[in-house]
Ligand binder design. Structure first.
Ligand code: EPZ
Length: 429
């Protein structure tokens, strides 16, 4: 099993380019099934979750070829032989549930293994089911599988109890092929919702209002192939912005959409980091010691929950008491005990973390409990004294493309090592 060995203490300097958005690609690729044609998707991030999803899609009979070093995926969806997605494919990634909405829209039928919960919360899909039922689908959940079927989807008005990203996208996809008009009220507004809607419209759908408080979808009977380029990953971009701040470095994060970064930029500036915003890039540089802040995660355009662990790692090294409140997922602080092993002083009470700043982290052996927690531990290791050994890095591979290459190019010391050989950790007294 592979681990990351990180040596801390080097301010990151230079430029890093952001890859395509994982959470957009995880929906755009299944949506292509609705074309019944050939789709070319550019700027697809080469991360493990995408790899697993494409394997699941291939099993449905879609021919997939790659160009541009694997960042362009060409999907021939003219012959979909299967509409059932087995457990072994979905158990690894939750987002395979997008195959439910896409196949329901395209084939009036789909059977997919129920996505389980994960370390950050129970993550039910009741809002997805509510939407599918409103569109006229019958739902059956048995033997860990969810089956959705209908003779005909018919548009309706669906109010989401919480602005769920997954439910908004799944309902939006299915509604594209429903008879009549669908309204999604209180939808999620994340940039990847807008990206998926733009892709659906490029295939002939009629989606309006994505990114606003109400989405209107006029059903169409047929869609067609398309070529589409996915937006940059705002969470990967945010992770490198925090990497610059936590190592007191100076990094230009390129190929991003500054508007998407507003909440992250605002909190870095509030802490005292220097943030310079350009057309498609942002420079983060250290000028003076940071001050403590309060942050609360919220649906977009609020502060993203997927940046919570990375910011807590930074806040843990800031003089004074900072507070992080997690309002999206009920158990997204499990990684704080790993930061505690590196010397952080964090007290979690319910959905709030009280963070007493310490002067430095010391390297330690820690475990990546999930994707973003793993990224936070890499940042903590880069800022810490001595060596940090991070296990379960498969969690990090799920959502970061070439992380160690990008960090090394910024002067950071990080190596992917094979744990069979026990590395000698340099312990700083
Ligand atoms: C998406 O998850 C992202 N995943 C998550 O990113 C992200 O944290 C989350 O949105 C919030 O921004 C993908 O896009 C693949 P939700 P999703 O439905 O769609 C509750 C990462 O690190 N809820 O918006 O599963 C739910 O339990 C990942 O890249 C219901 O109660 O999130 C949660 O508390 C981690 N019923 C809240 O809503 C439902 O039917 C938000 O969930 C659906 C959701």
């Amino acid at each position: 099993m592979e681990k990351y060995l990180v040596k801390g203490g080097v301010p990151l300097r230079g430029e890093v380019s952001v890859s395509g958005a994982k959470n957009a690609a995880l929906a755009v690729l299944p949506a292509a099934l609705m074309s019944g044609d050939v789709c070319t998707i550019n700027n697809v991030p080469k991360v493990e979750d995408i790899h697993v999803l494409l394997q699941a899609i291939q099993h449905l009979g879609v021919k997939i070829t790659y160009e541009n070093d694997g960042h362009t995926v060409i999907m021939d969806c003219r012959k979909i032989e299967k509409v059932t997605v087995d457990y072994e494919h979905i158990s690894k990634i939750r987002a395979s549930y997008y195959l439910l909405g896409a196949l329901l829209g395209a084939k009036n039928y789909s059977k997919v293994a129920l996505p389980g919960g994960c370390n950050i919360g129970a993550r039910p899909i009741d809002q997805h089911i509510k939407g599918f039922k409103a569109l006229g689908a019958e739902i059956e959940i048995e033997h860990g599988m969810i089956e959705v079927k209908t003779d005909k989807l018919v548009g309706d008005t669906i109010y989401l109890d919480s602005p769920s990203v997954g439910a908004t996208i799944n309902i939006m996809m299915a509604a594209c092929m429903a008879e009549g008009t669908t309204y999604i009220e209180n939808p999620a507004k994340e940039p990847h919702i807008v990206d998926v809607a733009n892709f659906l419209n490029s295939m002939g759908a009629k989606v309006k209002g994505a990114g606003t408080h109400i989405i209107k979808i006029q059903g169409v009977s047929k869609m067609h192939g398309s070529e589409y380029t996915i937006i940059p990953d705002m969470i990967e971009a945010g992770t490198y912005m925090v990497a610059a701040a936590i190592t007191k470095g100076n990094v230009l994060v390129r190929n991003l959409i500054p508007k998407h970064m507003d909440a992250i930029t605002a909190k870095l500036i509030e802490m005292g980091a220097r943030v310079d915003v350009y057309g498609d890039s942002i420079r983060v540089s250290y000028e003076k010691d940071y001050s403590s802040i309060r942050v609360k995660t919220l649906p977009y355009p609020g502060f993203p929950t997927d940046m919570q662990p990375q910011f807590v790692a930074l806040m843990a090294l800031v003089n004074g008491v900072s507070v992080m409140t997690e309002s999206i997922f009920e158990s997204r602080f499990s990684y704080t005990s790993e930061l505690g092993r590196m010397g952080a002083d964090i007290k979690v009470e319910g959905n709030t973390a009280i963070i007493n700043g310490v002067s430095n982290f010391t390297g330690a052996q820690v475990r990546a409990t999930d994707l973003r927690a793993g990224a936070a531990l890499v940042l903590a290791g880069l800022a810490g004294k001595g060596d940090t050994l991070i296990s379960n890095i498969y969690n990090i591979d799920r959502g970061y493309e070439c992380l160690e290459d990008k960090i090394s190019a910024l002067g950071g010391w990080i190596k992917r090592i094979d744990t069979e050989k026990k590395p000698e950790l340099k312990v700083v007294s």
